[in-house]
Ligand binder design. Structure first.
Ligand code: CA
Length: 222
């Protein structure tokens, strides 16, 4: 899952980013003003955007209205200062999905981010069930037939993405875009290595390769 943080308080942005990377295993990009934020939102396929409202260059509400008027359905969580009910109402009217008032608890932010992403993939349940697996994003573990697996970070990221989109063919390019932030180097052959390691762990038939198209994790256990 890949998240964009648009926030001009650099220290806050960096600490939110490190929590999301470490606790939730998300790939995270940061934009420090509205212009940069809008540019990133237009060029990368984010699973969630965390958007501060008071931003230099382009204010948050204008970033939000541009994103929505361009038909981008990405979930948006707005960060607001205290006593700004009016902004929250306008944000909701412009199509934000949730909001948090500063200062906020990191744990609450992480939980809301997860919930928004799950819902956007049509999986309201906190545990993602697909292909006979139970992927538990809160503990970052995967269960299969009663056995619990703790995966290396990138393997977990890949499995979570495929499980959220179970039954669907996900292309390699799409996988790379969702697994890495823009500073990371992307090597598509690494994906094959992760896939083969997931197959070894959970069974060879769980993830299908569709030549030239991508990978599909089965919705029901093979
Ligand atoms: Ca701000």
């Amino acid at each position: 899952m890949r998240v964009l943080i648009v926030e001009d308080e650099e220290r806050l942005a960096r600490s939110v980013a490190s929590v999301l990377r470490e606790v939730a295993s998300f790939a995270v990009d940061i934009a420090l003003d509205g212009e940069d934020g809008l540019h990133h939102a237009r060029t990368n396929p984010y699973d969630l955007i965390i958007l501060d409202l008071m931003l230099p260059k382009i204010p948050g509400l204008r970033v939000l209205s541009s994103i929505r008027s361009e038909g981008r359905g990405v979930p948006v969580l707005v960060l607001t200062a205290k006593d700004s009910t009016e902004d929250v109402v306008r944000g909701l009217d412009l199509g934000c999905d949730d909001y948090l008032t500063k200062p906020f608890e990191m744990g609450e932010l992480v939980a809301r981010c997860r919930a928004l992403i799950r819902r956007s993939y049509g999986r309201p349940d906190a545990t993602v069930r697909a292909g006979g697996l139970e992927v538990d994003p809160r503990r970052r573990v995967v269960r299969q037939a009663g056995k619990e697996h703790v995966l290396p970070a990138m393997e977990y990221r890949l499995l979570e993405l495929l499980a959220m989109r179970a039954g669907e063919v996900v292309s390699k390019e799409d996988i790379l875009e969702h697994l890495y932030d823009f500073d990371a180097e992307r090597f598509s052959n690494v994906i094959e290595v992760y896939i083969s390691s997931l197959r070894k762990r959970f069974g060879a038939d769980l993830i299908q390769t569709l030549r030239g198209q991508g990978y599909r994790l089965l919705e029901s256990a093979p």
